[in-house]
Design a protein around this ligand. Structure first.
Ligand SMILES: [Zn+2]
Length: 323
């Protein structure tokens, strides 16, 4: 564990204090002690219990816990420069095939949902598109990276959407219990080491019968090979220790291209949820035609091979919160 300086201190010069919408404030909580938040006289958010103060930057509440895992810092460092580069360019609302594949998965849940959260929302690809469709009463995006959120909010504002964005960590969620009835994480849940804590956090913020839809890397020949190059760690006995020893102890995390990242066995991953208050009702191959940027030819053929279970790059999981 590593203590980091909060972003608010790093962003002193362009800090603007402003109010956030009432229906967002209603579901926010102190990430350290989970108590209610309110404004003080200088429009900072203050915890009613532990008195910790949290700033709001450009309408985005910064609700990071005082202690944050080194795996999370690593993930943030890997993704932020990319968003900073995009921010200089365009802020149009876009829909690509990955976003479409995500929404096809999410649109499955049987009952009507109203309160949607996207964890690790990045530029808000999914949540901003749902805002445009007016599918839910409230749409919130959570991310560790303030750079990603500034971009996501800019896209929301410039397209007259109504997405809310919160800077925080899913392991210490800055939300009250039962705040959401549908949570989606597209390639985000694998970026912290303590999977069980992540599941417990989801259980806390999702209401009874609420649903969780996730996509994560799948342990397969593809990811085992790729993991050596990009720093993915298969979350199974022996291999987990071996890959972590290679990447963390020997290579000092230098080659973790996407920060800390796990891959999971579909059945084992679903059992983790079933043992912690959820009931998995579907899992399988994340069905998308991959870009395969670094492969010059035969993409169509390779994509066909990737649909075979021993090669699945990503898997999806859908589950429902039990009592
Ligand atoms: Zn507190």
């Amino acid at each position: 564990m590593k203590k980091i300086i909060k972003y608010m201190d790093m962003n002193k010069n362009n800090t603007t204090l402003n109010k956030i919408p009432e229906n967002l404030l209603e579901i926010l909580a102190c990430p350290d002690c989970r108590s209610d938040l309110d404004y003080d006289s200088s429009l900072k958010l203050v915890c009613s219990e532990c008195s910790l103060e949290y700033k709001v930057i450009d309408g985005i509440p910064i609700l990071l816990p005082s202690i944050i895992g080194n795996d999370q810092v690593l993930a943030n460092r890997s993704f932020s420069p990319e968003y900073r580069a995009i921010l200089k360019e365009e802020t149009q609302l876009k829909m690509d095939k990955y976003g479409q594949a995500d929404m096809d998965l999410i649109d499955g849940p049987s009952e009507k949902k109203e309160k949607f959260l996207e964890i690790g929302c990045g530029r808000g690809r999914v949540c901003n598109n749902y805002s445009a469709l007016k599918r839910f009463k409230i749409v919130v995006g959570l991310d560790l990276s303030i750079d990603a959120l500034v971009l996501a909010k800019k896209i929301s504002d410039e397209n007259n959407l109504n997405s809310y964005f919160v800077c925080g960590d899913i392991e210490n969620p800055p939300f009250k219990s039962n705040s959401f009835d549908l949570v989606f994480g597209g390639g985000s849940f694998e970026h912290f080491k303590n999977t069980k804590k992540g599941i417990t956090s989801l259980r806390y913020i999702v209401e009874e019968k609420g649903e969780v839809v996730l996509t994560v890397p799948c342990i397969s020949l593809t990811t085992l090979l790729q993991g050596i190059i990009t720093g993915n760690t298969p979350d199974i006995f022996i291999l987990r220790g071996l890959y972590n020893f290679l990447h963390t102890t020997i290579l000092k995390d230098k080659y973790r291209m996407f920060g800390f990242e796990y891959s999971f066995l579909p059945k084992r991953f679903s059992q983790d949820f079933n043992e912690n208050g959820f009931k998995t009702y579907a899992y399988g191959n994340y069905n998308v035609e991959y870009d395969l940027k670094f492969i010059p030819f035969g993409k169509k053929y390779i994509n066909r091979i990737l649909k075979k279970k021993i090669f699945w790059p990503m898997l999806y999981l859908k589950c429902k919160r039990l009592k």
